[in-house]
Ligand binder design. Structure first.
Ligand code: GLU
Length: 291
């Protein structure tokens, strides 16, 4: 039997905060309980936001917390050609279509639909579902626009994808003690024609994460509840790409004193800030319930 493998997969676009520390510590605890491997993956596909100093900070913070990972760290930026091939494979099967709409054009199309009294459904993150404008662009015209150098993202044709997936998409779940927590049925349709490959990089969080979990042999995914709904899309992509589906545990998010979710963008205190203030790693572990 192959050993279980878990991963902590931060995006180096800011400093790690207590929420990341919780996720990393929980991964380590569950990996130890299962006798599994603990892997680190740097999710640096975002050319505009990933920074080497944030990667260095991730390593420093995790070492400070006393966490040890397997020596081989995977960097997503080194695997972009693999993601591009997966994208092209899906597109070649008619499961993705190129979308030429800018964010502003999508917003305008949604607003125009709403003005006509059409329903404006939203995805689980609260964004309006893509109204499908570019699904109607004839393939010849789409090819000509791409040949002319028009930037394009690639969207999942959700109806085609669900037809090809043929049948229920179970999500296997497990509890923090490692026990089986049963399955639930994924409902990827609630994401609509999601972007699977962006304009600026030939991939997306969703495509890279399923590709890499399979490439790294990840058997058990431990991550925050903010990513729970995305799992619906992940099991669909795994089915379409013929990749194995790991089991999932989505943990509650660490909140600040006001009950707000911690976020780099909201300036939440980073682990580096805590360290600079003289807070010990033991105190951080104790505060998070890992004494
Ligand atoms: N890179 C993602 C983040 O930092 C986490 C990805 C995952 O665990 O699936 O939010």
């Amino acid at each position: 039997m192959t050993r279980p493998a878990l991963r902590f997969a931060p995006s180096p676009n800011g400093r790690l905060h207590l929420g990341h520390a919780y996720s990393a510590l929980l991964n380590a605890r569950i990996a130890a309980g299962l006798g599994g491997r603990l892997l680190l993956r740097i999710e640096d596909i975002d050319p505009g936001r990933s920074r080497p100093d944030f990667i260095a900070g991730i390593h420093a913070d995790l070492a400070w917390l006393g966490l040890r990972f397997e020596p081989e760290v995977r960097h997503q930026s080194k695997h972009v050609p693999d993601y591009a091939r997966a994208r092209d494979g899906l597109a070649g099967r008619g499961l993705l279509y190129p979308c030429f709409c800018s964010r502003g054009q999508v917003a305008a199309a949604v607003a125009a639909g709403a003005a006509r009294g059409e329903p404006a459904p939203r995805d689980p993150d609260g964004a309006p579902l893509y109204p499908g404008t570019c699904r109607a662009v004839p393939p010849d015209l789409a090819r000509a626009r791409i040949a002319r150098g028009e930037p394009q993202s690639w969207r999942l044709d959700m109806a085609a994808a669900l037809a090809e997936a043929a049948g229920p998409l179970p999500i296997r779940r497990f509890a923090p003690d490692g026990r089986d927590a049963g399955t639930i049925a994924a409902d990827p349709a609630r994401w609509g024609d999601a972007v699977i490959a962006r304009r600026d990089v030939p991939t997306s969080y969703h495509l890279s994460v399923v590709w890499d979990d399979a490439a790294q042999g990840v058997s058990d995914v431990v991550r925050g509840q903010d990513l729970e709904a995305a799992t619906d899309l992940h099991v669909l992509l795994q089915r379409l790409l013929g990749l194995p589906s790991p089991a999932y545990h989505h943990h509650a998010l660490i909140r600040d004193e006001t009950g707000q979710k911690l976020a780099k963008s909201k300036g939440s205190e980073s682990l580096a800030d805590l360290r600079a203030r003289g807070v010990s790693p033991e105190a951080v572990r104790a505060r998070l319930g890992f004494a």
